[in-house]
Design a protein around this ligand. Structure first.
Ligand code: NOJ
Length: 747
């Protein structure tokens, strides 16, 4: 049996190798036939007829240029009809090199899944892989070959609007999620149901100073390697076909013109064989950075640094040929970039059939698959985080879950009846999509759930923004008629996302005042907070008995929220980002270093590292989230308390569902390396398991501690372990540590 397995494996490797060889041969043969102009053509990407996702550079000749073979890829062309039309133009070119169609398929295509940050709160890697898979099935059926996802930027600043697009603040969790998403999108490249992933934004874009989009990044090499690069490496290990560089400069060098990032690290050290696309206009923008004196110099710097494809800068289009003729850019550089792109076109099977992905029948079937909606509903429910659920005065039990027999429910707030808002930023703008029928509003979700058994009352109360309180009286009046109030508030979907940084991340407008007015009625209140980032809502958090953080959950938002509200799904989400008490604490993240003067008990007094007007601790910590049941942790055992770096420790523990309903728990393993040649974080996530337990059930879990988990970058940037003591902490969040032990790493 084992022998047959080995033979099959060898055979598969052999076939893969020989296929690779034939692809390389085909690429080389094609390259030989190409003129310099045609080669450079492959390196240009332009936006098409669908909504533009950046400031368009005017290129009036796109169609003619495609026919001449002067464009290699288009973005923002969607649907079999349009992708086919554009591809037909490319088929009129001399060498008939097919176009690549790229698109930001960030959290679903037609079936919209929760925004990536919300999905990260599920800590459910299989769920995230599945949502990426479904997105790939739908997008590829619509003619798309390539998604500009996953975004794997570590984000520690909720003012930055793009936190919604990634997996949050933690490197370990972010790396696991990056891997799962790439696997989901790509499965096996070349299958008609798969799309190429594009890992972005390389690199360190998430650390923009002040949380202001596109801003500079200045960080130590150690932080770059330890915190910001690992998710990219993990995505590459999962087989990511392409990378996108980023808008920011890193320590003074724009990422787009950064040879250290793109060539030295990505292409050489990591041996990346795919291609790098610039971000939108980022080659030309190096002139604004003050790094290039003009677009021609920017083209020279970008191609030299390893940016293979120019998205919307027109820099390669207009300057590369001249740069080659002037001997400033060796032709080998151009050839390398072209080969990388052609190789992907061959791997996708586009030379065999350029219309492979544009099939109307497949498109219609994929867009209307009820299984996709089912998955979207489950994944949305898994993404919701229960922040609070206490027993209010005058009641003997928690408000949540709500009883389906509640007589009268007042459903109040500016987001209750919204459809499109639930899609969040970066939802694909499919032409002619009727949001009212395609997105389940929260109102519809609750109505579907309670049918005629509860009376549902509605008032908007106020707008998301602005200071108008005219609707308060009506809202209070219907609250007074109800047994329970559900209050749905938050951001507008377009308040987070690209170019949506905010200096003030409090609940916008008069919404928190609406919460106060409703809470004053004395009725039991559940607040739903819809947002693309951690918001600040201290009064609500301190006074309202039940809060669900519902982010933006996509097509099935309303149903998923109703599933959680009424207990058909027991919430299991955990925060992938720290929630601050105030903007003044930002950047705030759980795995920080200790200072020489830590503040005991989180409070300020003289000569400690603290704010005199605010606690250091966050409002809600990383890894936090409640359930309708409770979990007991016990029996922590370590197979050894002393190991050499070549050895491993098996950690085991028991987790019991000690409540009355089934539920899921994310069991989190943290380490602290107590003394190092460079200071180490006070606590660091190193592993986790999401488990499902029936009421009363106990499971035994095992984790392995190995060298990888104990390593870090020392001052010389070597990835090493150092002998010494470690704290091991197992908990339900980064601050709710239930079990502890220590071990020693010896020489
Ligand atoms: C700019 C964004 O930064 C990037 O993430 C996106 O993929 C491109 N625009 C294309 O829309």
């Amino acid at each position: 049996m084992k022998k047959i397995g080995t033979i099959t494996l060898l055979l598969t490797c052999f076939i893969a190798l020989s296929q690779q060889k034939t692809i390389d041969e085909k690429v080389n043969a094609l390259l030989k036939q190409m003129t310099l102009e045609e080669k450079i053509g492959q390196l240009n990407q332009y936006t098409g007829n669908n909504q533009a996702t950046g400031p368009i550079t005017i290129n009036p000749n796109k169609e003619t240029e495609i026919k001449k073979g002067l464009i290699g890829s288009m973005l923002n062309v969607i649907g079999t009809k349009y992708t086919r039309q554009y591809q037909e133009l490319a088929m009129q070119s001399r060498l008939k090199i097919p176009l690549l169609f790229g698109q930001d398929v960030v959290h679903g295509y037609k079936t919209t899944f929760p925004i990536p940050l919300a999905e990260a709160a599920s800590w459910d890697l299989a769920a995230m892989e599945l949502s990426a898979r479904i997105a790939a099935v739908e997008a590829s059926a619509s003619g798309i070959h390539w998604t500009f996802a996953p975004m794997v930027d570590i984000a520690r600043d909720p003012r930055w609007g793009r936190v919604m697009e990634g997996a949050g603040e933690d490197t370990y969790l972010g790396s696991k999620i990056a891997y799962a998403r790439v696997k989901g999108f790509q499965e096996k490249l070349g299958n008609v149901n798969s799309v190429m992933a594009c890992v972005k934004h390389f690199a360190a874009y998430g650390a923009a100073i002040g949380g202001r989009d596109y801003n500079s990044v200045d960080m130590s090499e150690r932080m770059l390697w330890e915190t910001y690069l690992p998710p990219f490496k993990s995505a590459l290990d999962a087989g990511a076909a392409t990378f996108m560089n980023s808008f920011n400069d890193l320590n003074g060098i724009p990422a787009t013109g950064n040879k250290y990032l793109q060539r030295d690290i990505l292409k050489e050290k990591w041996n990346f064989q795919g291609f790098v696309v610039s971000d939108w206009g980022s080659i030309g923008e190096m002139v604004n950075h003050g790094y290039s004196k003009d677009t021609k110099e920017a083209a020279l710097q970008a191609i030299t640094a390893g940016s293979d494809m120019d998205m919307e800068s027109n820099a390669y289009r207009y300057h590369l040929a001249e740069l080659v003729q002037e001997n400033k850019v060796p032709i080998t550089l151009i050839d390398d970039a072209v080969k990388r792109i052609l190789r992907k076109k061959f791997e996708l099977g586009l030379f065999d059939n350029p219309y492979k992905y544009s099939n109307l029948e497949r498109e219609q079937a994929a867009m209307n698959n009820p299984e996709h909606r089912k998955a979207a509903r489950i994944i949305a429910a898994k993404s919701i985080v229960l922040l609070k659920n206490v027993i209010p005065s005058a009641r003997e039990k928690n408000i949540l879950p709500l009883s389906k027999d509640t007589k009268t429910i007042a459903f109040i707030g500016p987001l209750v009846k919204e459809h499109k808002q639930n899609m969040g930023f970066w939802a694909v703008e499919l032409p002619e999509l009727d949001y009212n029928t395609q997105v389940v509003s929260q109102w519809e979700g609750v109505k579907n759930k309670v049918g005629s058994s509860s009376k549902l009352l509605y008032a908007k109360g106020c707008e998301i923004d602005g200071d108008n309180k005219d609707g308060f009286a009506e809202a209070v009046a219907i609250a007074n008629q109800a047994d329970i109030v559900i209050l749905s508030i938050g951001e507008r979907a377009d308040m987070s996302g690209e170019a949506k940084s905010r200096s003030n991340i409090h609940l916008p407008g008069v919404q928190e005042e609406l919460v106060k007015a409703i809470q004053a009625t004395g009725k039991p209140v559940v607040v739903l907070i819809n947002a693309g980032r951690p918001l600040v809502f201290n009064w609500t958090a301190d006074n309202v008995p039940a809060i669900l953080y519902t982010w933006w959950l996509g097509s099935e938002a309303g149903n998923a929220i109703a599933d959680v509200l009424f207990g058909d799904y027991n919430p299991s989400g955990k925060l992938p980002m720290t929630f601050p008490r105030a903007e003044g604490q930002i950047p705030i993240y759980y795995n920080h270093f200790n200072t020489g003067r830590p503040a005991p008990n989180d409070t300020a007094f003289n000569y400690v590292s603290a704010y005199t007007d605010l606690n250091n601790s966050p409002k809600f910590p990383f890894g936090y989230g409640l359930s309708y049941t409770t979990f007991e942790y016990s029996d922590l055992k370590l197979s050894k308390n002393k190991i050499k770096s070549t050895e491993k420790i098996t950690v085991s523990l028991h987790v019991k569902n000690s409540g009355n309903v089934a539920g899921e728990e994310v069991v989190q393993l943290y380490l602290r390396d107590k003394v190092g040649s460079v200071v180490r974080p006070i606590i660091e996530l190193k592993d986790f398991q999401k488990i499902q337990l029936n009421a009363g059930e106990t499971k035994v879990l095992e984790f392995i501690i190995d060298k990888e988990k104990l390593s870090f970058y020392n001052a010389a940037l070597q990835w090493i372990t150092e002998p010494g003591d470690f704290d091991l902490m197992i908990g339900s969040s980064s601050t709710d540590i239930r079990l502890k032990n220590t071990f020693e790493l010896v020489k």
